[in-house]
Design a protein around this ligand. Structure first.
Ligand code: HEC
Ligand code: HEC
Length: 225
């Protein structure tokens, strides 16, 4: 059997034309293309949306598990929250140099198909095996469950065990620690020079110090969803 690694599937060259065509990206795209070729039976079963999944899988993983390098987990996330996030990237109201151009090229139908697809995936935790001191994780658990001082308990909004509450309060369980750290820093940056509205994540982020961010990120990355 002849395996043609050079010939990229149409859907994969889609992302190739939109991202910097660095050598590393080209290699990743070819790898993902090959993986999808090997998984073709399930790819066909999942239907049309599968055609759009490879460009996402390159960074978010085959099942939307995310990566330890700060790419969020999409698997098991509320579908409406995912749709909303993609629409915000598309409209430019949520910042991301990576996601804005990608979301911009998606139609509204593709956005809801992709959101539906990833929300239904059940993926392993990417940080499960990462060595984390139990002290760090325990401190994070306490913060998430009961809060501390001005910090409100994360689970009071994000649902028990961080599994989310509807489209407004995303699941934060199982997110790679590096993504949680980056995202909390983004919220903090947004709060600079303004008085954030009470009850928003921007407001919550200003109550957290760096140590607490690391603790809660370590804990959340160990939680199943
Ligand atoms: C080149 C890498 C890359 C590719 C390709 C990519 N993403 Fe992303 N995505 C990211 C990163 C990094 C973030 C985090 C952005 C941030 O919050 O600053 C992200 C964030 C997201 C979010 C927000 C999740 C959340 O919980 O806040 C969604 C939804 C998303 N991506 C969906 C997709 C979909 C669907 C595709 C395919 C059409 C895709 N991404 C392709 C890297 C990528
Ligand atoms: C008062 C309610 C509230 C509390 C308390 C709260 N959050 Fe949030 N959080 C939100 C809302 C609302 C969003 C969605 C913001 C958005 O999409 O712009 C959010 C978003 C997030 C996100 C981004 C998720 C993603 O997938 O992009 C992270 C990470 C997060 N919260 C972590 C935490 C942590 C950690 C705590 C506890 C220290 C916490 N939150 C406490 C309301 C809250």
């Amino acid at each position: 059997m002849k395996v043609e690694i050079e010939r990229k599937p149409k859907s994969v060259s889609w992302v190739d034309s939109r991202l910097e065509t660095s050598r590393a990206v080209a290699v990743a795209v070819a790898t993902v293309g090959l993986l999808f070729a090997l998984h073709s039976p399930s790819a066909r079963a999942a239907g049309e949306v599968q055609a759009d999944a490879p460009p996402c899988a390159m960074c978010h993983g085959m099942l939307g598990e995310g990566s330890a390098y700060g790419v969020p987990r999409l698997a098991g996330q509320n579908a409406d929250y995912l749709s909303h996030a993609l629409s915000m990237f598309k409209a430019g109201t949520r910042a991301s140099a990576v996601m804005q151009p990608i979301a911009h090229s998606l139609s509204d139908t593709e956005i809801s198909q992709l959101a539906g697809y990833f929300s239904k995936q059940n993926a392993p935790l990417v940080d499960a095996a990462a060595p984390k001191s139990s002290q760090l994780v325990l401190a994070g658990k306490q913060l998430a469950e009961t809060g501390a001082g001005k910090v409100a308990a994360c689970f009071s909004c994000h649902g028990a065990q961080g599994t989310g509450n509807g489209a407004r309060f995303p699941s934060i369980a199982g997110q790679p620690a590096q993504f949680v750290i980056n995202r909390l820093h983004q919220f903090q940056a947004r709060a600079v020079g303004i008085t954030p509205q009470p009850g928003t994540m921007t407001a919550v982020s200003t109550t957290l110090n760096e140590k607490q961010i690391e603790e809660v990120a370590a804990y959340l990355s160990q939680l199943e969803r």
